[in-house]
Design a protein around this ligand. Structure first.
Ligand code: PLP
Length: 475
């Protein structure tokens, strides 16, 4: 079990904290802080029991949503800094983790090939990171609308309402990517001030054609923000020209105005770690109205003054810093091999599904998310069977955890022309293979899902049989 390795390190962290605290002189802890040992023992017992009410996110059998526990090194980094509890709202709240935050922001900027003087900071997550980008866009183009694809994360529509900007939804093509003809039509109206492109949609992990969209946006003088909350880290492989993914859209992020990325998704961090990066550091002036413009063109970042959030955990910056020391943002060591394992797992599962009788592949995975459904004659039957398989798999003896995704039947027809489309929206299955262990267990996962797909089909057959017998008996 990977966290077992942490045992001696937790001791080392406590030794370090003890030594550091002792260097400031001994003091007495106020008795009001004391907790009765029996109370704690009993409460902790209940706490631990309640925490078992969770899905096994750490296990390869969990192939559902975008969830996995943090890397042990991130836990060690977080735990150690948390005992000091620095607040990265300002350098004075935590000088050490404040400096570490600047360093990791520079590393993330370099990952996207953003310029040296990029302005950026960590956030509570992708939602706040994207909000900051949209807010900056609205400040720069107060009268204009913000465009995003129909399959962009719902946060964009919601945040447009928060900042009172008009949101415009652009249709997507059969792969779930933004349709560029539709984008150009919207740009031609002159109403669009900013275009949000997604590098890895939260549903099937589709990557918008950022490389082609950028020049289009420039032609109409629109800002370009990339929501790379999920897919951003795959830039590492894209810049190494890894044949496992189509790299051009990721490499084009380098030309965009801002990018949001979530270290708490593919960056091995615990929740509470997003990041926003702005190519032009002068947008910092928007955050603090009494600052002279030139102040923000320097490389000196004033974290508290360039963030919408005030208090932020220095421990999050510390955890990311320590993680990147051990697992750098590189293609052939560190994070690269972890990401590549996920891509391999998805390619492999997709090819197994394509060759199977029981399952049909919905989209060829661009990243590490696989979408598929049990083979049936009608959209209605696919919908019902997907939901049943999802529930059956979770409750089975040797369970597998999948997730449900709402697909468009018309799009399913592209790869499955014989499908009888008797309803528009169809529930299908989706598996996020974001743990590298999935590479080692993908054959097993596939076999489990196939076996269970057969089992529910047999049940359906039996149920149909009974129905028929009952009808016959009634006649
Ligand atoms: C997860 C995600 C978000 C939201 O980020 P949070 O970290 O959950 O706040 C936004 N956009 C995309 C593409 C995402 O995958």
């Amino acid at each position: 079990m990977p966290y077992e390795e942490l045992r001696p390190w937790i001791g080392k962290a406590l030794d370090f904290i003890h030594e550091w605290e002792a260097s400031w002189g001994a003091f007495r802890v106020h008795p009001a802080q004391e907790v009765d040992l029996d109370t704690l023992t009993e409460a902790f017992g209940r706490y631990a029991r309640r925490l078992t009410d969770n899905y096994p996110f750490f296990h390869p059998r969990y192939a559902g949503q975008m969830l996995k526990p943090p890397h042990p090194v991130a836990v060690l980094g977080y735990f150690t800094a948390m005992l000091i509890n620095p607040n990265n709202h300002a350098l004075d709240g935590g000088p050490a983790t404040g400096k570490m935050e600047k360093e990791v922001v520079r590393q993330l900027a370099a990952m996207f090939h953003f310029p040296e003087h990029t302005l950026g900071h960590l956030t509570g997550g992708g939602t706040i990171a994207n909000l900051e980008a949209l807010w900056v866009s609205r400040e720069l183009h107060p009268q204009k609308a913000i465009a995003f694809s129909r399959e962009a994360h719902y946060t964009h529509e919601r945040m447009c309402r928060v900042i009172q900007a008009e949101g415009v939804k652009i249709p997507t093509d059969r792969y779930g990517r933004m349709d560029l003809d539709a984008l150009e039509e919207a740009l031609q109206t002159g109403r669009i001030g900013t275009v949000v492109l997604t590098a890895g949609t939260t549903g099937p992990g589709a990557v918008d054609p950022i490389d082609e969209a950028v020049s289009l946006c420039r032609k109409y003088e629109a800002r370009v923000h990339v929501d790379a909350a999920y897919g951003g880290f795959f830039s590492i492989l894209a810049w190494a020209e890894d044949p496992l993914l189509h790299g051009a859209p990721f490499r084009a992020i380098a030309e965009c105005d801002s990018v949001a990325v979530d270290p708490h998704k593919h960056g091995l961090q615990p929740y509470g770690c997003g990041c926003i990066l702005f190519r032009d550091p002068s947008v910092g002036q928007l955050y603090k109205h009494d600052s002279p413009y030139t102040y923000f063109t320097s490389t000196e970042l004033h974290l508290g003054e360039i963030s919408l959030e005030c208090s932020r955990p220095g421990a999050a910056a510390g955890a990311l810093w320590l993680t990147l020391q051990c697992l750098p943002l590189e293609a052939y060591t560190g994070l690269g091999p972890i990401l590549r394992a996920s891509l391999h797992a998805a390619r492999r599962w997709a090819s197994l599904i394509e060759r199977s009788e029981e399952l049909v592949l919905y989209l060829k995975p661009e990243l590490d998310i696989v979408t598929y459904y049990p083979r049936r004659a009608t959209a209605h039957a696919v919908d019902a069977a997907s939901q049943r398989l999802f529930e059956y798999a979770m409750k089975a003896e040797d369970p597998v955890f999948l997730s449900v995704y709402r697909a468009q039947a018309a799009r399913m027809k592209v790869t499955n022309p014989r499908l009888n489309v008797d309803q528009e929206e169809v529930r299908i299955l989706r598996s996020v293979l974001m743990k590298p262990e999935h590479e080692l267990y993908v054959e097993w996962l596939h076999q489990r899902v196939v076996d269970m797909a057969r089992a529910i089909q047999q049940e359906e057959g039996t149920a149909d049989g009974k129905e028929k017998t009952r009808k016959d008996a009634g006649n």
